[in-house]
Design a protein around this ligand. Structure first.
Ligand code: PLO
Length: 507
């Protein structure tokens, strides 16, 4: 309330100033100039034009009608350029990848990452590049291609199926969310720490709690990120974030210290060992970049891998099941494909991926219609540059609205319809990319590091569960909402499912 009053008073002051100053903005600019911009007032920026009941990705998509696909606005004192078309998005992410590789600091992400010592939110620098290369290497070693990770995912798929089976046999509706989270968390845990959790493990329960708290509060362009001085006021969100980050840090530290204590150059048990080794080897080469890499950097990286590895994949799985419940004909077609290609006497393996094109197309369609990060993470221009004909100045922030790319009417025809068939060729036998307006994992120097691991998990978890069960709405319940709750990831609202074992898989 205090905030609200404060902001209202500020708005009035700003309005008065603007009458004296002459309103800046609202008009499109010609080639070579800055992009069209939303009206902006001193101090509060474009806040008044951004009031909306819609979440930001929908509002930014709608604002194109008035300002065109690329426009700018002021968030507090910062200029933000919003890009809604794939040509400009690719210019930012791919063609001028390094120029737009910067990140802005904010109160909430600084808290989460100790001032940007991680990869996702850390600013571009030589140390950041070395750091990212190390993680890339470690992920390649333990990620796709290594038989062990396939085994781990299959083991978790089996455990997931037995939980679902138990609920099915009792005929009770099941909230899949904690089950999917545990399955995905265990994959990341095995990968990072060579450990895993049982269903009621208190450490796992605390992890569920703090991670949701972080997703609910971090990097949402909340007022305190826009106006850092608002931190002096009591703020429930910030308090929750601090508590959750502290709980996460305690856990990460313990794991880090344990690993450091029994580290050996001879054996590499997991990703954290690989990172420790890469850090030591970089230090032995005595480069300036390596000198910048502290223990904090490694701990924050593990936090990233954990957070990104768990929240994103779990969210996509939840969207996939929600859509399959809404579109039972899609579910049936996946199951027919599974029965036809695999038979009923064996479980799916990674090498079956090429033989299940409709499942692959469905995964692509889920990633299109509900992108995990609809606004990616905002980029920052590291030098004066341009997007198309528009001038961009060093320090400008750039939001790529992936939602607009994935819901572009021109590109997708019926963007709001869930239709996996659009990702298949005319014969319906091989997966295709029907439009360049599709970047579910981002692109360029900051492209998602976990893309192949994610695709592998999505394929295995979905094929295992759909081979054995059909999912539907429990009797008397509404179908899952497809709206999504906006945050650093776009999460579906909580829902329950009714699972029915498929013929041949009753036991
Ligand atoms: C999820 C909650 C965790 O507790 C912390 C965390 C770390 C990395 C973040 C992730 C959260 C959300 C999804 C992010 C990821 C880094 C890359 C990924 C933002 C906040 C995406 C989708 O870009």
């Amino acid at each position: 309330m205090a905030w609200f009053l404060f902001i209202s008073v500020l708005s009035v002051v700003a309005l008065a100033v603007s009458l004296l100053l002459k309103l800046r903005g609202g008009s499109p600019r010609g080639p070579g100039g800055p992009p069209p911009h939303l009206p902006a007032l001193p101090i509060i920026g474009s806040l008044l034009s951004l009031r909306s009941a819609d979440p930001p990705h929908l509002l930014f998509q709608r604002l194109q009608e008035k300002y065109g696909p690329t426009y700018s606005l002021m968030m507090g004192a910062h200029k933000v350029i919003v890009v809604n078309h794939h040509l400009h998005a690719k210019e930012v992410l791919l063609k001028k990848s390094k120029i737009f590789a910067g990140r802005a600091r904010s109160v909430t992400t600084d808290l989460l990452t100790r001032g940007g010592k991680d990869i996702a939110f850390g600013d571009y620098s030589p140390t950041w590049r070395l750091h990212r290369k190390m993680v890339h290497g470690a992920l390649c070693m333990f990620g796709e291609g290594s038989a062990s990770i396939e085994n781990i995912v299959c083991q978790e798929s089996r455990a997931l199926c037995s939980t679902v089976s138990e609920a099915a046999s009792r005929g009770v509706p099941l909230d899949l969310s904690p089950e999917l989270t545990r399955a995905v968390t265990n994959v990341v845990c095995s990968l990072c720490f060579s450990s895993s959790y049982d269903r009621d493990d208190p450490e796992f329960c605390s992890m569920l709690r703090y991670s949701q708290g972080i997703v609910d509060t971090v990097a949402k362009d909340s007022l305190v990120d826009l106006f850092p001085w608002l931190q002096i006021f009591p703020n429930a969100d910030l308090r929750l974030l601090k508590e959750c980050v502290a709980a996460r840090d305690r856990l990460l530290h313990r794991k880090y210290e344990e690993h450091k204590a029994d580290y050996s150059d001879q054996v590499q048990r997991d990703l954290l060992d690989a990172l420790l080794r890469a850090k030591r080897s970089a230090e032995n080469h005595n480069t300036a970049e390596a000198a910048g890499l502290s223990d904090d950097h490694l701990v924050m990286t593990v936090g990233d891998i954990f957070g990104a590895g768990v929240e994103t994949t779990t969210t996509v799985l939840k969207w996939a099941v929600a859509y399959l419940i809404h579109y039972p004909q899609v579910q049936t077609r996946i199951q027919e494909e599974l029965d036809g290609r695999l038979g009923l006497d064996r479980t799916p393996q990674l090498r079956d991926r090429g033989r299940l094109p409709y499942l692959e197309a469905t995964i692509r369609e889920v990633l299109r219609i509900r992108p995990v990060a609809p606004l990616l993470i905002p980029h920052v221009a590291l030098a004066d540059t341009s997007i198309g004909n528009f001038k961009v100045s060093k320090g400008d922030r750039v939001i790529v609205n992936l939602w607009s790319l994935h819901h572009d009417q021109q590109e997708w025809g019926n963007p709001d319809t869930f239709d996996p068939g659009r990702f298949l060729d005319e014969e319906g036998v091989s997966p295709v990319l029907p439009s360049p307006s599709y970047l579910p994992f981002g692109a360029g120097v900051r492209v998602c590091l976990g893309e192949s691991l994610a695709k592998m998990e999505l394929f295995l978890f979905l094929s295992w569960t759909l081979q054995r069960f059909s999912f539907s709405v429990p009797a008397g319940r509404p179908p899952p909402s497809l709206d999504g709750k906006f945050g650093v990831v776009l999460q579906p609202a909580k829902y329950e499912v009714h699972a029915t074992p498929r013929p041949g898989w009753e036991t």
